[in-house]
Structures are given as structure tokens and as C-alpha cells.
Design a protein around this ligand. Structure first.
Ligand SMILES: *Cc1c(COP(=O)(O)O)cnc(C)c1O
Length: 358
């Protein structure tokens, strides 16, 4: 808990690629983390299996057949469907237990959210089940906060959230807590923080976007509040010399102009190293840039080490991270492959071994 506000850490998508088991075991040791947030009941079960005993909010949709899990694993669901709320109410009655549900309000993202004209129907369900009686949380999510330095839309969503929350109060559905803040909202707007904050990407040391970083700096914020916590490395499994005018890899998309020395690295698109990085990216070896030659394969890449001296078999290649003072970021990989840092991190294969080090 930070002050009198609850602190929830988002560990969906295998903890943004950092490894859910590893992250959950680390977070269990930190007293200030009150909640985990996850996408699904399946992810919540994994958190419980790795020893998380405090609260969990399931942010994504809960299927009617997963209602039993709420009670079995002590989960707080995000509810946007009257049918699901009704099921939860029935289950509460059957077990003579209460449930803490969070209602997500539609404020302009048009993904998951309850609209103004549904409030009355929800009120009816809450009144029907005395164990349920009212929502524990009211929440919403911003559509356009990290993608821009113009935050008018986010401000309008915040205003709409406050307006709808007022209507819920009037309908007798005053929640215990309200929450809206993802990482970008958390660093940019105090008024989004309410009673609980639920950051994801910033916990792992990444800015949500360049725009968020810029907006934060323009308000006088410090430059380096986030430091990425994860590196991605692999060992060279083969080194070879190829003659001038040789093609490299599938599709013959790269051809050497002179004799070249190539290193083979056992990472490919299966592992989350996107095929869009073909002939675009480099890796760091001994702090030097070794360009990816040819297409990224399913399980391998070839990189050019012609100009890097003294490389041996088993030498470490850094795909993301710092090596000998040189840094290659997830954001750089995202730029090369036309995506965002979130996707780069989240797609690193869960099968890749995670090692926790100091
Ligand atoms: C993923 C998610 C977050 C965390 O977002 P970040 O931008 O990673 O901080 C917060 N709230 C909801 C509803 C989410 O789905």
C-alpha cells in the first residue's frame, strides 16, 4: 500500500514476458503490493499456484462457467455482463458467501464497459442478492493516453467516469474503491489514481511510450525513473566462414559481398523474435553490433560477426539488454518491427528460461 492507496501490479501475459512464476514469487516478498491484476481466471490460478495469497482482480471477461473459480481461488472479477452478475449472485446465495465484484464502466474505449442505460438493470441484480448487495469496485480504462501527447480524450473519459460513478451512487451502488490508472495515467495524472492504481509495463521498468515519456518530461518529471529489469540473451551455437556472393537464409534475401563470418544463435520467431526483424535488427556481442543477416527462422538467426574479434563458440549474444556498456532496448526492437514494446516483451516465449539475478 502506498499511502492510503492500494497498489496492484499487473502480471498478465506471463508478467509482460518476464515470467509469471518468477514475478509472482518476487512480488510475494514485497509488502507494499496489495493486489495482482491478471487477464483471466486461468492466469489467476497460476498466481495462486505460485503462492500469491493476497487479492487478485481478473481484468478480462469472466465466463459464466468460471464463476465457481471466484470462490475457490478467492478472485475479484471485472463484471460487464448482467448475466454473469446474476450467476455470481446465485452462487453467493448457494454458498451463503459474499463476492467482491468490480464493475467496469464504458467511458469511451468501447471494449468492455457498462453503459449509463444499463445501470438500473445492474441495480436490480444487486438488490436481489443480499450477499452481493453492491459493487466492491468501479473501474474504467483509457483508450488514448499512451499514444499521444494530447490528453483531451483521456480527460473526457475521466470526466465521464466521475459522472457515471455519481449515477451509481444515486442508484444505491456506491463502491468501496474506484480505479482507473494504468502506467501512463499513473505517471501523468494524479486525478486518475483514486483508491487503487494498477500499472503494468512501468513495473518492469519500461515507459508505456515515447509520448508518455515526453509528456512526463514536459511537466518537469525526471528523465530516468524507469530502468528495464529484463535482458534477453542466448549463446552462439555455431561460427562459420562463408565466401563472397553467398546467400544467407530462407528466400535468399541477403547476399554477402565479401568473405563473411557468421554466428548462429538459437532464437527465432517461435521464441518471440519476430520475423519482421529479418535483415533489420542487430544483436550485441562483446558490446558490438552484429547485424541479423537474412530471414529470422523459426528457431535460429544468423548474425554477421566479420568485424568482431575473438568470438568463441558459446559467447553470449544480447538480443535485449546491456552488454559492455552498449544497450539494445525492447523499444528499438519494436521500432524495427513496427510494433510497441508491450508486444515485444509479451511475446518472448514462456518456454525461454528465466533467471532471476541481482
Ligand atoms: C493491462 C492493463 C493495465 C496495465 O496497463 P499498463 O499500460 O501496462 O500499465 C491496466 N488496466 C487494465 C484494464 C489493463 O488491461
Amino acid at each position: 500500500m502506498a499511502g492510503d492507496r492500494l497498489f496492484a501490479v499487473c502480471v498478465k501475459a506471463n508478467a509482460y514476458g518476464h515470467g509469471m512464476p518468477e514475478m509472482v514469487s518476487l512480488l510475494t516478498e514485497i509488502p507494499g503490493v496489495d493486489y495482482l491484476t491478471v487477464h483471466s481466471a486461468d492466469e489467476a490460478r497460476v498466481c495462486r499456484a505460485y503462492g500469491w495469497t493476497k487479492e487478485i482482480i481478473v481484468l478480462g471477461p469472466l465466463s459464466p462457467w468460471e464463476v465457481g473459480d471466484l470462490f475457490e481461488y478467492n478472485l475479484q472479477p471485472t463484471v460487464v455482463s448482467k448475466t454473469v452478475l446474476e450467476r455470481i449472485g446465485k452462487e453467493c446465495e448457494k454458498r451463503n458467501q459474499s463476492a467482491r465484484v468490480h464493475l467496469k464502466l464504458e467511458t469511451g474505449t468501447n471494449r468492455q464497459g457498462i453503459t449509463e442505460n444499463e445501470i438500473e438493470q445492474f441495480a436490480v441484480v444487486f438488490k436481489k442478492y443480499k450477499q452481493l448487495s453492491r459493487p466492491f469496485g468501479l473501474s474504467t480504462h483509457f483508450a488514448n493516453i499512451e499514444d499521444t501527447t494530447n490528453h483531451e480524450y483521456a480527460q473526457s473519459q475521466l470526466k465521464e467516469f466521475n459522472r457515471l460513478a455519481g449515477l451509481f451512487n444515486k442508484a444505491g451502488l456506491k463502491p468501496t474503491i474506484r480505479h482507473t490508472a494504468c502506467s501512463a495515467a499513473l505517471v501523468l495524472f494524479d486525478k486518475t489514481k483514486f483508491d487503487l492504481v494498477r500499472p503494468g509495463i512501468s513495473i518492469y521498468g519500461h515507459w508505456p511510450s515515447k509520448e508518455t515519456h515526453l509528456s512526463y518530461r514536459l511537466t518537469g518529471g525526471e528523465n530516468d525513473i524507469f530502468h528495464p529489469v529484463m535482458s534477453w540473451r542466448a549463446r552462439i551455437t555455431q561460427i562459420k566462414k562463408v565466401p563472397a556472393d553467398s546467400f544467407v537464409g530462407y528466400g535468399c534475401t541477403y547476399r554477402t559481398t565479401s568473405v563473411a563470418r557468421l554466428a548462429i544463435i538459437p532464437v527465432g520467431y517461435y521464441d518471440g523474435y519476430s520475423r519482421a526483424l529479418s535483415n533489420q535488427a542487430y544483436v550485441l556481442i562483446k558490446g558490438k553490433r552484429a547485424p541479423v543477416r537474412g530471414r529470422v527462422c523459426m528457431n535460429l538467426i544468423m548474425v554477421d560477426i566479420s568485424d568482431i574479434k575473438g568470438i568463441k563458440l558459446g559467447e553470449i549474444a544480447t538480443l535485449i539488454g546491456t552488454d559492455n556498456g552498449q544497450t539494445l532496448s525492447a523499444e528499438q526492437l519494436a521500432d524495427w518491427s513496427g510494433t510497441i514494446n508491450y508486444e515485444i516483451l509479451a511475446r518472448i516465449s514462456p518456454e525461454t528460461t528465466r533467471v532471476i539475478s541481482d
